[in-house]
Design a protein around this ligand. Sequence first.
Ligand code: XMP
Length: 509
Amino acid sequence: MIAVLDYGSQFAHLIARRIRALGVYSEIFPNATTAAELKRRKVEGIILSGGPRSVYENGAPTVDSDILAIGIPVLGICYGHQLLMHVLGGKVIPSSKEYGKEILTVLKKSRLLNGLSKNEQVWMSHGDSVVALPQGYILTGRTADCKMAAYANEKRRIYGVQFHPEVQHTVHGMKIISNFLDICGCKRNYSLKGIDRRIVAEIKAKVGNGSVIMGVSGGVDSLVASALVKLATPNIHCVFVDHGIIRKGEAEYVRKLYEKLGFKNYHYADASQIFYKRLKGVTDPEEKRRIIGRTFIEVFEAKVKELKAKYGEIKFLGQGTIYPDRIESAKASKAASVIKTHHNVGGLPAKMKLKLVEPLKDLYKDEVRELGLMVGLPKDALMRHPFPGPGLAVRIVGEITPDRIGIVQEADFIFTEELKKSGQYDRIWQAFAALLPVKAVGVMGDSRSYGYIISLRAVTSVDGMTADWAKIPANVLESAASRIVKNVRGVTRVVYDITQKPPATIEYE
Ligand code: XMP
């Protein structure tokens, strides 16, 4: 196993995912993890991730110095690269910022940079730089602005790279990670083979004859989790809470999907009126989220009570929590913690004395999709784009009204249909329509009209932490835009959002 020590980089998870994709198991650990703990876990290599701090700042996270003395290979990336030099006797200073694609000149072939060309495209994001190496370390790479972009100590098997090998823009990043796995002597034998049987057996052992209740959303995670629980026990109840701020036709889609998959106890809770009432006049995004989260729990709780009265004791709560939900980055964003509370129906298990069943808790999204295929779930359901818990509420800027919900639903439906028709949908991480609460003039026939602006957003991403706008062909955007203006009453303009994350977020609120 390779341990990734998390210094708060949005890419920490990406490092672990890349390693798993290369056939070696990897987990994220807090940066304060001790050498003793890593040894106990039989770690074969340690990667120090990037992070937002400066190593010389007061209170900046550091590394247990024993980790550098136990003989396990270490690779520092970005902040990790600087931190190693900081603690080993090199020097790190503030420097000019490098952000984006750069050319790395390989000065010397270390085992880490084995197989790379003289010049390699890499991706940088840093404001500090290493300017002096301690004895025993050789300089192996530089860029135009970063004189010490890579170093190595082959004897101690300690390496550092200022750039991010884990991101796609570092063209041969996978080769570098793979070289590190060779340096660590890892066997490439991690795969999902047999994981479905293992997880089902674990669920069986845990729940026995007890009943499990699951909140389902139509999303990939709750779908795969509920399918696994169903393979383990017939005593599963699925509850779909409809807060009314969902995609067009969603409630019907989910009901049919679960029916087709043979779920016997599927329960639908229509709570849209309560949600509309409580959201009336609310414009603050966080307030919207709070109201939705709280009301969601209330409705779910009421449903559980009802089911208990009808079917008897329910001991377990099944959840589609996946690995990144559980292991938040050290620099967890506000959205990430909100996702967690909402997604996991926060507070319920303790309050209702339910024991948690989380079959996907160690897996990444792409692994969840693969597992879904292994247990025979339909591909189109597994390839659905993520949908936020608060639903369209974070895609309608400002007040939520039934009228605005209707407009966004229709626009979103048309956009999705066009993306599917043109084969773009599966290439995109997430695509949707958002409503901007400003009105613009248009002409319809001979008369002037006045209506909302719909913003279409489509992004490519690997985990939602960073994202690029999707380069959708112009003709697809054009058909979506003209169909929306023509068919959705109250819309006069359609724009396409080309902002990256960061600095923008994926959702609008
Ligand atoms: P942002 O907008 O933060 O979104 O760039 C990143 C990913 O998280 C989803 N998201 C949410 N999911 N509750 C959720 O369940 C939320 O409050 C929430 N906010 C954002 C978003 O759809 C994207 O996939």
